[in-house]
Ligand binder design. Structure first.
Ligand SMILES: Cc1cc2nc3c(=O)[nH]c(=O)nc-3n(C[C@H](O)[C@H](O)[C@H](O)COP(=O)(O)OP(=O)(O)OC[C@H]3O[C@@H](n4cnc5c(N)ncnc54)[C@H](O)[C@@H]3O)c2cc1C
Length: 383
């Protein structure tokens, strides 16, 4: 049987796309095969992102914050978001929500198999797994099969360990999230903590670094313990959940399609939807999958072309990452200058690719021209 669409990889991007297809009155009737090697029954990650108003996954938002903090040893800035909300979704809530919705559809088939290759034939895309071969009109791929090579010259790693901790006594203000606390040793690269309280007794505390190499496992744990004791002043707590992650922050080119006939479409991190300079991906996956649906409705062809504005944001992003990789400036310095001089809402707009040209200029003018000019020219030439 030939499917209309194969979704190869049912993580954030694959399931976001599936959910959007099944919400559409026409696309919901298509023959869809979803293949993943994993069952998606683990709470393997927590997504944070910001958006205006109510989003598609509002029903499973664990908590949201309108007040955020940015801290360095030099200053503390607490701010109230005017239009955005900073939101958190637990991975397992997301997987269960989409999978239980999709269960109702007989035209959607799930297979738990490891994919070995994805290729095109005449007018069809072919997915080969450990158990069989499947064909479709289009394949939406979020596996790493086509990922470019990541190395120390073209990438930094964003690596982190997060603990959800519970205290006996009310300790946290669940209305205020800490976006970045840079009051930490910066010897390994840009190093900061997130503290996202979901109640007066529970918070996600995440030790995050942007650097070329991972640390030893015990170093993340030690940093978290010290921070909780010395900065949050908590001695007595229980660890409810831990997560560890590595997100590539890369100048390598993640292509949106892999073949001339454009029947294989890369989505999610595989399609370059991880913001290279920040690692945020969730909100970009939502924008991209929304556009894929619009394309399918309009023409039946799901290929989304980059707009001029998107190309500009990609250039800004690559320039900032180039500055960090080449050590022209430290991450702490860059973010401190931005948060010291500009409104946080404007920075979040810029990081979400939603700022105006005037905002872009204001953001750029808060950073020193030297390191950014040379990095910008280099990135312009490499495009
Ligand atoms: C711990 C962690 C926390 C994160 N937190 C945030 C955050 O707060 N905000 C944010 O914006 N981003 C965050 N990210 C980054 C990003 O949002 C996630 O990595 C997101 O899951 C990317 O979505 P994706 O669909 O591209 O990849 P994934 O969600 O990883 O999905 C890929 C799927 O492909 C499957 N797969 C891979 N290879 C094969 C194969 N050969 N055969 C079959 N199946 C295969 C995998 O099992 C997986 O289900 C985080 C990442 C991690 C790891």
């Amino acid at each position: 049987m030939k499917y209309d669409y194969i979704i190869a990889g049912s993580g954030c991007a694959g399931l976001s796309l599936l959910f959007r297809m099944l919400k559409d009155p026409i696309l919901k009737n298509k023959k869809i095969l979803v293949i993943d090697k994993s069952k998606k029954t683990d709470n393997d990650r927590t997504w944070c992102y910001w958006e205006e108003g109510t989003g598609l996954f509002e029903a499973i938002v664990t908590h949201e914050w309108r007040r955020l903090q940015f801290l360095t040893s030099e200053f503390i800035k607490e701010f109230h978001l005017e239009n955005y909300s900073y939101k958190m979704i637990k991975g397992l809530d997301f997987y269960s929500y989409v999978l239980s919705f999709a269960e109702e559809f007989e035209n959607v088939v799930f297979k738990q198999e490891a994919i070995k290759s994805i290729q095109t034939e005449t007018n069809a895309a072919l997915v080969e797994t450990e158990n069989g071969k499947y064909t479709s009109d289009y394949v939406f791929n979020s596996t790493s099969l086509f990922n470019p090579e990541i190395n120390k010259e073209n990438s930094l790693l964003q690596h982190f360990e997060g603990w959800v901790i519970k205290t006996k006594e009310p300790t946290f203000n669940s209305e205020v999230g800490t976006l970045m606390d840079f009051r930490l040793d910066q010897k390994n690269g840009a190093t900061f903590m997130y503290v996202l309280p979901t109640s007066s007794t529970e918070a996600l505390v995440e030790y995050t670094l942007f650097s070329p190499a991972l640390l030893k496992k015990e170093e993340y744990k030690l940093a978290l313990k010290e921070y909780i004791k010395n900065y949050l002043h908590i001695d007595d707590y229980e660890i409810l959940h831990t997560e560890f992650g590595v997100i590539p922050m890369s100048l390598a080119k993640f292509s949106r399609t892999t073949d001339a006939s454009e029947l294989i479409i890369n989505i999610g991190t595989a399609g370059g939807h991880t913001k290279a300079s920040s690692g945020y991906t969730f909100q970009f996956i939502q924008k991209n999958t929304e556009r894929i649906i619009s394309q399918l409705q309009l023409s039946g062809n799901p290929n989304v072309k980059m707009t001029f504005r998107e190309k500009m944001f990609q250039w800004y992003d690559r320039t900032l990452l180039e500055v960090l990789i080449s050590n022209k400036m430290k991450g702490k310095e860059v973010f401190s200058l931005l948060f010291g001089k500009r409104s946080p809402e404007m920075i979040l707009k810029f990081l979400a690719n939603e700022s105006s040209l005037v905002d872009d200029i204001k953001i750029m003018s808060s950073l020193p021209i030297g390191p950014f000019l040379s990095a910008g020219v280099k990135q312009l030439k490499s495009n």
